[in-house]
Design a protein around this ligand. Sequence first.
Ligand SMILES: [Zn+2]
Ligand SMILES: [Zn+2]
Length: 122
Amino acid sequence: MKKDFIFDVIKNSTNSLTAEEIYNDVSQNIDVNLSTVYRTLNNLVDKNLVTKVVRQDKIAYYELANDEHKHYLICDKCNNAYPTDMCDLDKIARKIKRETGFSITGHTLEFHGICPECRENA
Ligand SMILES: [Zn+2]
Ligand SMILES: [Zn+2]
């Protein structure tokens, strides 16, 4: 099944991948077009098997969904994303809920900066 091929590519990758990168990989093995890849990705996101992260460059990246909550440190020079599990925002979310009555279901946050590698090569 096409879906399994697409899911395997995401599962076996250590990085977040764009739909195009996934397509380039999958199309070497099976006959598939980009819109099928997009449709399948949306389906996997709906089923919570895959997480879609849209970064500030407006490109969507896909990665395997897992329970751990993380944020990304994005390097302005190399555009690599480094995950961090540091998060203190639940406290703020509770405060927002208390003060606004808004039921918070989640949040996204990106940190931008220069990664240690790029700092060294500057
Ligand atoms: Zn960098
Ligand atoms: Zn968080």
